[in-house]
Design a protein around this ligand. Sequence first.
Ligand SMILES: Nc1nc2c(c(=O)[nH]1)N=C([C@H](O)[C@H](O)COP(=O)(O)OP(=O)(O)OP(=O)(O)O)CN2
Length: 145
Amino acid sequence: MPKITCTRLIAWDALHRIPGHEGICRAFHGHRYSAEITCAADALDGVGRVVDFSVIKKKVGGWIDTNWDHTAILMRGDPDPAVKAVCDSNARYGRPVYMMDVPPTAENIAAELFRIATDLLREDGVSVQRVRVWETPNCYADVTG
Ligand SMILES: Nc1nc2c(c(=O)[nH]1)N=C([C@H](O)[C@H](O)COP(=O)(O)OP(=O)(O)OP(=O)(O)O)CN2
């Protein structure tokens, strides 16, 4: 039987840097990230949907708006002395800084979002099949279930 999925695009803006990168990506810089969240369910609902697109927007997009949009996504323990200033500045404007245990590459951000979206959509009977995170118009990383 063919597998049916549906995909919602969600975008956000954030600052990051990649500690240990050999080139310019170790400098603080920003991205307009976009994520494709691909979902599947055991069966389509009575209306013919895997899940309403608005549910993905509300749950996953809501989480992104709170935690990642207009924030910095950084690595916990990043030794760059400017990290404290970024944290202090964002706190002043009511925005968090999201700390990851691993460098905030497109791959690691996609893996984090895959875990988060899976948790958020579980109660809707939805399983996340793939998260694709576009870091630039040319570069993306995929995590699949
Ligand atoms: N495998 C990965 N490689 C790189 C990552 C990453 O997350 N995973 N990240 C970066 C930089 O942070 C940056 O986002 C990518 O920069 P760049 O290669 O310059 O990408 P562009 O699309 O801007 O390319 P241009 O050719 O400059 O237009 C680096 N590598």
